[in-house]
Design a protein around this ligand. Structure first.
Ligand code: 5GP
Length: 225
């Protein structure tokens, strides 16, 4: 009766640095193979657990500026002194192929995407508490004290922007949080504005005619046994 759009949906996931968004997304991908996570470009230095082309494409500030000129990014921002941007390439391609595409980006970028693509689904992942957020930021052991404080201040500001998102999920337990975001995606796919076509199968067409002519509407005449 109904044919839904084959195209995937664009999901923007933001969270304050240290809220565990990366781990939640990894768990989501383990549970659902229809997700494709976009890899951003950044000018920030690599951390020990980073992998070129997997966590980010690491480029210089100069190269980043050049790419801005070339209109290479869907959106970009300067966060804590470094550039971050979503390459346009591959996103539409993956959506058209039916993948649900995830952008793991901060709030300014998320709002810019929402302006360009209003139907994007925006999900905010919240840490269980500010105390836990501070602990997680400190336990990384990769950033200096000044950087940690800077990230903590940004995180505090970001938490206050949560109402700009469509959904909020608290990450107190990774599997549960991943499960919630996947449920949100499932629900989003059932929205009526994702209906591409409404059509009638043979029996339904017959039923339609009976209803139009106000004829006897019984199981027998519909031949549904
Ligand atoms: P991190 O340095 O901790 O990897 O990332 C810092 C922040 O930049 C995170 O909130 C992350 O989601 C965000 N970010 C990563 N890639 C992009 C991007 O392409 N665009 C924007 N706007 N933010 C990004």
């Amino acid at each position: 009766m109904i044919k839904s759009k084959k195209q995937g949906i664009l999901i923007v996931i933001s969270a304050p640095s240290g809220a565990g968004k990366g781990t939640v997304i990894k768990e989501m991908c383990n549970q659902n193979s229809n997700l494709w996570v976009s890899v951003s470009a950044t000018s920030r230095p690599m951390r020990t657990n980073d992998e070129e082309g997997k966590t980010y494409y690491f480029i210089t500030g100069e190269d980043f500026k050049q790419k801005i000129e070339e209109n290479y990014f869907l959106e970009y921002t300067n966060y804590a002194g470094n550039y971050y941007g979503t390459p346009k390439k591959y996103i539409q391609e993956h959506l058209d192929a039916g993948y649900d595409v995830i952008l793991e980006i901060e709030i300014e970028g998320a709002m810019n995407v929402k302006k360009i693509i209003p139907e994007a689904l925006c999900v905010f992942i919240m840490p269980p508490s500010l105390k836990e957020l501070k602990r997680r930021l400190e336990s990384r052991g990769t950033d200096s004290k000044t950087k940690i404080l800077e990230r903590f201040k940004i995180a505090y500001h970001e938490i206050n922007e949560v109402t700009k998102y469509n959904y909020v999920v608290i990450n107190d337990e990774i599997e549960a949080a991943a499960d919630k975001v996947l449920s949100i995606i499932k629900a989003e796919k059932c929205r009526v504005d994702r209906i591409e076509d409404v059509f009638l199968q043979n029996e339904e067409e017959y039923m339609h005619e009976l209803l139009l002519d106000d004829k006897d509407f019984t199981n027998k005449s519909l031949n549904l046994e």
